[in-house]
Design a protein around this ligand. Structure first.
Ligand SMILES: [Zn+2]
Length: 92
């Protein structure tokens, strides 16, 4: 459930920047981990393939190739083949 605060800006609270992230569960220790999405560097060809306008600064958000568990330190390759991630081209 999404919690929407009554007043979006509380002047007493400092602001923190927020980032898109993925969540993954460590297969070794079952700790829930979060990893920041990274902006992929795309060639012109790839931009056209994903339907991005040429010359735009808007990037393609992708999970990192590798993640490290914050609890046990084990490292894993990420598997986004289940399709939970899409590119962020929303200006249509
Ligand atoms: Zn772990």
């Amino acid at each position: 459930m999404i919690h929407l605060p009554d007043s979006p800006n509380d002047p007493d609270l400092p602001l923190v920047p927020v980032y898109p992230a993925i969540v993954w569960v460590c297969p070794t220790c079952e700790t829930e981990n979060f990893a920041r999405m990274v902006i992929a560097e795309l060639t012109q060809e790839e931009r056209e393939q994903y339907g991005l306008k040429s010359g735009t600064e808007r990037g393609y958000l992708t999970p990192p190739d590798e993640v490290e568990c914050g609890h046990c330190g084990e490292q894993f390759e990420t598997d986004s083949s289940f399709g939970g991630v899409d590119h962020m081209d929303d200006d249509e």
